[in-house]
Ligand binder design. Sequence first.
Ligand code: CDV
Length: 310
Amino acid sequence: MRVVTVAAAQMGPIQKSDSRAAVIERMVRLMEAAKAAGADLIVYPELALTTFFPRWYMPDWTEVDTWFEREMPGPNTAALFEAARQHEMAMYLGYAELTTDHHRFNTAILTDKTASLVGKYRKIHLPGHVDYDTERTHQHLEKRYFEPGDLGFPVFRMLGGIFGMAICNDRRWPETYRVMGLQGVEMVVLGYNTPSVNSQKNAEGPQQRYFHSELVMQAGAYQNSCWVVGVAKAGVEDGHPLIGGSIIVNPDGEIVAKAATEGDELLVHACDLDATKFGKATIFDFARHRRIEHYSRITSQTGVILPPEA
Ligand code: CDV
């Protein structure tokens, strides 16, 4: 057995007016509870330090930059890293990254039990739009505020296992998991902010949103025989509802822990990384069963090309 005890640290809403210090304090409380429950690794949501600011259209880029971190760790996050060191807690942390040469990414990092950086991931599948959209019930301006990630889907050795990261919309794409699956990933950790209603289809409300969220993470886990830990920022932020539904999924695609609220809530599960071995050696033994001669469209084509009319 290679057990990694994971704490999925779902966070309730963060209002626009909430300070970073107040948010960090909540995160430290969650980490203390994770430590008390025996966790090795805590997983926080996407853009965990602030409200989900891409819902706000901001023409002023100096205002935009107030939502970003220039250093990691930096003055805003030093207390969180200090707590991680003290509690010997590995961590997945999502935040908005502003690089020294002024590129903006929706980023997550993995740190080990000494709070040292193990790896970085920048969100690849950015949803939404660039300009204000009058047709939508609410804005989703990730394509305005972030560039697509430029680091691919790397995996990292940590805690005796192989870990990969994704961020929110990435979880809906099978390619995300498969690229990491092809590197032997044993646990994918990811955070999300998912509005409870589709901004372009009112009929798609919370019930379907929860269903889709579980569906994609369970499929990703099963088809790559790995653990998936998906963690929400949930609840109502300045009038805008986000789903909860944080889950821990085993390599058979079964949910082993699930959040019951839309607030700060911790799910803890002892995940045996050796449980990934059976699926990887049998039905999803990629080396034996994949037929790459038939997959070229996946990497040579972005959109749909219809067959010729009869
Ligand atoms: N933050 C996100 O990436 N949210 C998307 C919404 C817009 C659909 C998601 O996939 O949950």
